[in-house]
Design a protein around this ligand. Structure first.
Ligand code: SF4
Length: 246
């Protein structure tokens, strides 16, 4: 039976990107290959033997189980947490594509919404036919996510291109106080060279981990710069943090 290192399973409301407000069951995997300075889930970047599962959808009341979790156990808990207004299973992390082999084996009757840092194009290729919606992050140099930025950017753009062929795909750029037109330019040009119709979300960082918010004037300049190359550019903050949701 396939198994995975899972951080948590719960039901909540999507707080980021164009699907903000949509109810989802979140399956949050452990492990991530990057180390973004603004990471809001640092506890999921490494493996731990404990996973928490919400007892009943929307209660925020959890019980703990021991990792790794086998496929049937995960599927059973996702079904228990499904509600009439729930629309997708959000595969998140950490970096869920590290578990691409496991995800491929999942037997669920629900649409899959993937939140990825886009760093593993070969794993994206494995999953392209089963992912319904792909939320693809592209990292900026100031995120300090990696020591090999250009290699990461190349992989991210390839991942976007792979999912764009089969899934509803959008790109998310987290913008910081130090973000400039120069720092977003390679990402924006890269997306435009794949498909000008791919929606781009500029997500102002939620002040955390010592990171300050971007000035509104700069944000609007970034938006116009991207808007010259791409057809659908939006600014959407993390709304689940505003609402105090999981
Ligand atoms: S990719 Fe996501 S989980 Fe990984 S370090 Fe960056 S913000 Fe954290």
């Amino acid at each position: 039976m396939p198994s995975a290192q899972v951080s948590e399973i719960f039901n909540s409301i999507q707080g980021e990107g164009p699907y903000v407000g949509v109810r989802q069951v979140f399956l949050r995997f452990q492990e991530c290959q990057l180390h973004c300075a603004y990471c809001d889930t640092p506890h999921t970047r490494t493996v731990s033997d404990s996973c928490r599962i919400e007892k009943k959808a929307g209660t925020g009341d959890f019980f703990n189980v021991k990792n790794p979790l086998d496929r049937e156990h995960i599927e059973e808990n996702i079904r228990k947490l499904w509600t009439p207004s729930t629309k997708h299973v959000a595969l998140t992390g950490g970096e869920p594509l590290i578990n691409s082999g496991f995800i491929k084996e999942l037997e669920l009757e629900y649409p899959l919404y993937l939140e990825t840092n886009s760093g593993f194009p070969e794993k994206a290729r494995e999953l392209r036919d089963i992912i319904d919606i792909a939320s693809c992050d592209i990292k900026l140099p100031e995120h300090e996510a990696t020591d090999h930025y250009h290699e990461l950017l190349e992989n991210e753009l390839e991942t976007v291109s792979i999912f764009n062929e089969t899934a509803k795909t959008f790109v998310k750029l987290v913008v910081l106080a130090e973000t400039t037109i120069q720092s977003i330019s390679p990402a924006v040009e890269g997306i435009a060279s794949i498909d000008r119709d791919i929606p781009l979300v500029l997500q102002p960082v939620t002040p955390a981990m010592g990171k300050e918010s971007i000035a509104t004037g700069v944000l609007l300049e970034l938006m116009d710069f991207a808007g010259e190359k791409l057809k659908d550019v939006r600014v959407i903050p993390q709304t689940h943090k505003l609402m105090g949701l999981l």
